[in-house]
Design a protein around this ligand. Structure first.
Ligand code: BES
Ligand code: MN
Ligand code: ZN
Length: 501
């Protein structure tokens, strides 16, 4: 866990820092506060902007030396573009960018002035971005100097100047726990599979109990007793025993018996070698992140509990390792899932849907949730269809799909809806069993979703395929950052807060 960054909101008056960060609108437009700093510094800022052709466009920034008269060592200008056009997720990105500018600079105190360009809710989202941008995963970089390691490094405190101190504080407060939930998910995804197998994943979930989440673990004999042979089949080739974890947060104030929860189900394949249908070796290391869906569910439970969300939520994660030993499941094997339906395993690399089939059935059967949302790094085909920009969304209910798409717009964790249809469903019919676990080359993400739908009755359900967005490509990450995005924690947290609170 990162050492927590100290953030305070204060009125734009006497606060002094080593570094002053000023937000600048396009054209460029200096706000009242920045103009005053510029004047006090003898036109320092305006001259630098002209010299560097800094126009305040979105994504641009400019670092300048401070001056003794201003009492700051450095000034960083952050370009906003047309600030009145910035969406909530744009403000989040400005915050992330700001924290990247600050990293590794040996700075103690930072003062950030939004300069009237942002209102309280935008400042709160900016601040969330600022915290999210501090994420590091450098615990295995043993040669990295201590001054390089850590979050925003030596920054000990950040002051954010605003006229609306109380409002910004109130709006930011819940985001602090959300950021912790995102970090929790990122840590789980970044951890290598020799360190984090199904059992270690379960151990890590222990911290949730301190937040008031109940954590129940079903072990192999329990899963056997429940008839979860689809999930168990995947785990057969690994020395790591499978686990199914049920996390519960009851924040609605109603008692357990009377309240209908919302349910989240995550794919937790701690390593996906493909099994006997072994994957090619290029890029296989990324399959340590095949538990990202489960990590997101865990991070979401963290977020909901830490901000005391007024909702009853269940998080269920199926944790297995997909490996090819002498006891492994074979192509052609037929297993019976908890639903009683038989599945012909054509390809042992289509394992996520086998795990989810049992986890989904179990969740709807036991909890009768009002809504059930699963999240999974399910198919390579979604990477081809949507790239890194959107996660794939599938649903048996248009209203739920629309709510989730809206939450995606608000958070910047965007979703794109793809169809379910009986014609696609036919593709997973099997000649030997009730269904097979692959549906051929065409529409691979859709047939995977159809397979899942066969394990959902009339529960209102959505499936989110995050295979393309759970991790960043190596071209987009720096050393010591890890590649996990935590995509889905903020999205689902937003969905809860928009629709249940
Ligand atoms: N975990 C993979 C999907 C994946 C691919 C996640 C790329 C992240 C990045 C999944 O278990 C898988 O192997 N799916 C197969 C299914 C196929 C055998 C029908 C795939 O997409 O190739
Ligand atoms: Mn696979
Ligand atoms: Zn997988």
């Amino acid at each position: 866990m990162l050492e927590k960054l100290k953030i305070s909101f204060t009125e734009p008056n006497a606060v002094k820092g080593d570094v002053l960060v000023l937000m600048v609108g396009e054209d460029p437009c200096l706000g009242e506060f920045s103009s005053k700093v510029d004047k006090d510094g003898g036109g320092l800022i305006t001259r630098a902007m002209v010299a560097a052709s800094f126009k305040g466009t979105s994504g641009s920034f400019l670092e300048l030396w401070g001056s003794p008269s201003l009492g700051v060592k450095k000034i960083i200008l952050i370009g906003l573009g047309k600030s009145e056009e910035l969406s909530s997720s744009d403000w989040l990105n400005v915050g992330k960018r700001a924290s990247r500018c600050l990293r590794g600079k040996g700075i103690d105190r930072v003062v950030i002035a939004s300069d009237g360009l942002a209102v309280a809710d935008q400042i709160a989202v900016f601040t969330l971005g600022l915290r999210l941008g501090t994420y590091r995963f450098d615990k295995y970089k043993s040669q990295m100097g201590s001054e390089e390691k850590g979050s925003v490094l030596s920054v000990s405190e950040i002051f954010i100047l605003t006229d609306q101190v109380e409002e910004a504080e109130r709006l930011y407060r819940p985001f602090d726990g959300v950021a912790d939930g995102v970090f929790f998910a990122q840590d789980l995804v970044n951890e290598p599979a020799n360190v984090l197998g199904p059992e270690e994943f379960v151990e890590r979930l222990g911290v949730l109990t301190d937040l008031g989440v109940s954590v129940e673990v079903l072990k192999e004999p329990d899963l056997r007793g429940l008839g979860m042979d689809a999930l168990l089949g995947v785990a057969r080739g690994s020395v790591c025993p499978p686990q199914l974890v049920i996390m519960r947060w009851n924040g609605s104030g109603e008692s357990d018996e009377t309240s209908v929860p919302v349910a989240f189900v995550g794919k937790g394949v701690t390593f996906d070698s493909g099994g006997i249908s072994l994957k090619p070796s290029g890029g296989m290391e990324d399959m340590k992140g095949d538990m990202a869906g489960a990590a997101v569910v865990a991070g979401l439970m963290w977020s909901l509990a830490s901000r005391k969300a007024r909702v009853n939520a269940v998080g269920v994660v199926g944790l297995v390792e997909n490996m090819p030993d002498g006891n492994a499941q074979r192509p052609g094997d037929i297993v019976k899932s908890m639903s009683g339906q038989t599945i012909e395993v054509i390809n042992t690399d289509a394992e996520g849907r086998l795990v989810l089939a049992d986890a989904l059935w179990y969740t709807q059967d036991r909890f009768k949730p009002s809504f059930m949302i699963d999240i999974a790094t399910l198919t390579g085909a979604i990477v081809i269809a949507l790239g890194n920009e959107h996660a794939g969304l599938f649903s048996n209910n248009e209203h739920l799909a629309a709510q989730l798409v809206d939450a995606g717009h608000l958070t910047g964790e965007k979703l794109w809806a793809l169809p379910l249809h009986p014609e696609y469903d036919k593709q997973v019919n099997s000649k030997f069993a009730d269904m097979k676990n692959v549906g051929g080359r065409e529409a691979g993400s859709i047939t995977a979703a159809q397979f899942l739908q066969r394990h959902v009755n009339d529960t209102v359900w959505s499936h989110i395929d995050i295979a393309a967005v759970a991790t960043l490509p190596s071209s987009k990450i720096d050393s010591g950052m890890g590649n996990a995005t935590g995509f889905g924690v903020r999205l689902l947290n937003q969905w809860v807060s928009s629709n249940f609170e």
